[in-house]
Ligand binder design. Sequence first.
Ligand code: SF4
Length: 128
Amino acid sequence: MKLVLRGHHLLCLKGFQGYGYSEDFVKNMIEVNAKRKSENTIISLTDSPDDICKACPNLNNDLCENQTQNKRIVEMDRKVLKKLNSSEDFNALELFEKIDTIFNTKESVSKICFNCSWHDKCLFYQNL
Ligand code: SF4
């Protein structure tokens, strides 16, 4: 199995507990979250629309909402990708082990997650 994920979604997946932008979005997110927990899954990283965005009602002509919001989102992606060798493909379990090691305090994600509206629903952020 193969997944394409944008950088900041690696953190979102860790915090996902069933909430999202629409029924289709949540259904897809559940599937992606199950795939990323399989040792047979390979993950490619991106700072563009990915396998989560494709079911999102906010995706608009390949932009997240609009130019301004999309710029913020791409910046979040790049901050995560900077910590990884994003040109290579990863085994899903190994990638999320890396994520656990790199992003393990509120300080380590403060410049990435500070503006997110899902803080109170995000298990990842709450458990840091
Ligand atoms: S389109 Fe935007 S809000 Fe929707 S999943 Fe992608 S990054 Fe998140």
